[in-house]
Design a binder for this molecule. Structure first.
Ligand code: NAD
Length: 382
């Protein structure tokens, strides 16, 4: 996979002009989350670059990319004959930009490509990602999430990895507390899941092992008493966690989360965190007969020990409690029940919609019944 040109330091937003100049861009296509663009300060920094070029803007879209918005964006991009796509915003804006780059260069209908019913033809549109949240790490991955109705899909292609990445933590200073918490929890879950993922490698383990302590130390400050150091550490950690999952992919908590977001409206990171401690307990009890990692049960146990260690705990129970108290202190729910998803039918519906591909990357296999039991323990049949 090609290596992106990455600018990761405070004030790196200024690099966007040199990226555009080096690409000889005259017609940028800019995907912005309007709130993020204005409040982060990106607008003030980038307006001169966009004003002197023939810029096309795409800014009206729902959060968590939806196919109709993506199709409108693709059409606008094709009409505009733009020469580069720039995303400024959170994971939603960045994923929409990635989807435009891929889907504008295809002959088959978008829906078929997203559903995996037709192969994605090669594409190569210059892509610049400027995250304004610290959590998804989307700027560092070759995936793009998109929803068709309530169903979540993840397009994957090496060229979805943006060629130019500008991570400037100053852009995250305007994040409200709840979004800082939810997005930061996405990075927290990514780091932990990446460590136990079947798809992990030495490289992804190194990225995740660097990200997790940064998040443990700095996310509470970024949420409750934000300062430049905490914001900087979280932007860095989020980028590292993104690099980790770019290799390893995510696992059960992500697989379960998508229906929690689409059915119950919880922000992505918050939804993922709801099942993290239970999945640590579950994966920590892996046996040879239900181990899905070809490297074997002792490898998985070593990875779980590594997680327990990184959480400064001595036992699985202690680590699991640490996760829950970390999440609770950020003001977020630690379980489906704590989020008010309390009835068995609601949880059954979530289990039915679990993403099978992400689930198969979990180190311990499970059936729908196992998962239902795990997620409903303590729930009545109402
Ligand atoms: P988001 O992009 O959906 O934005 C959430 C909210 O934050 C919005 O209201 C936005 O206006 C606000 N916001 C963003 N930056 C701001 C700023 N600096 N100041 C004030 N407000 C700001 O949130 P997200 O969590 O970054 O992205 C979630 C999406 O990313 C989901 O669709 C998820 O599935 C996807 N995702 C993709 C990948 C990937 O690898 N492609 C990885 C993880 C998550």
């Amino acid at each position: 996979m090609r290596q992106p040109t990455t600018y990761l330091y405070d004030g790196s937003i200024r690099e966007v002009e040199s990226i555009l100049a080096n690409l000889n861009s005259e017609r940028p296509f800019v995907v912005i989350d309007e709130t993020a663009f204005v409040s982060s300060g990106a607008e003030a920094a980038l307006q001169p670059s966009f004003a002197k070029r023939s810029t096309t803007w795409f800014s009206k879209f729902e959060l968590n990319p939806k196919l109709p918005d993506v199709e409108r964006a693709v059409q606008l991009f094709c009409e505009s004959q733009s020469d580069v796509i720039i995303a400024v915003g959170g994971g939603t804006a960045i994923d929409i930009a990635k989807l435009i780059a891929a889907l504008s260069q295809q002959t088959q209908p978008a829906k078929m490509l997203i559903r995996g019913e037709a192969p994605l033809a090669d594409f190569d549109v210059p892509l610049v990602a400027v995250p304004t949240t610290a959590g998804t790490g989307s700027e560092a991955t070759h995936f793009a999430v998109v929803y068709i109705q309530n169903e979540k899909f993840s397009l994957a292609h090496p060229n979805l990895l943006p060629g130019f990445v500008v991570v400037d933590s100053e852009l995250t200073r305007s994040l409200p507390r709840s979004i800082t918490a939810a997005t930061g929890l996405d990075a927290f879950c990514q780091a932990i899941e990446s460590l136990w993922a079947v798809g992990s490698t030495e490289e992804s383990i190194a990225y995740a092992s660097e990200a997790l302590p940064l998040i443990l130390e700095h996310l509470p400050t970024a949420v409750h008493a934000p300062n430049a150091e905490a914001r900087r550490a979280m932007s860095h950690a989020s980028h590292l966690a993104g690099k980790a999952i770019n290799i390893s992919r995510t696992t059960a908590p992500h697989a379960i989360s998508y229906a929690i977001t689409s059915r119950h409206g919880y922000p992505h990171g918050m939804a993922v965190a709801m099942t993290l401690s239970r999945m640590l307990q579950y994966n920590g009890s892996v046996q040879a007969e239900d181990c899905s990692d070809p490297r074997g049960v002792s490898f998985v146990r070593r990875q779980i020990d590594r997680i327990v260690d990184l959480l400064a705990s001595r036992t699985l129970d202690e680590a699991s409690q640490k996760i829950d108290s970390f999440i609770a202190k950020l003001g977020c729910p630690t379980s489906l029940q704590a989020a008010g998803i309390t009835s068995r039918p609601q949880i059954e519906a979530i289990v039915q919609e679990v993403n099978a591909e992400r689930m198969s990357n979990n180190p311990r296999s499970s059936t729908s019944d196992t998962l239902l039991n795990l997620l409903t323990s303590g729930v009545t049949a109402a």
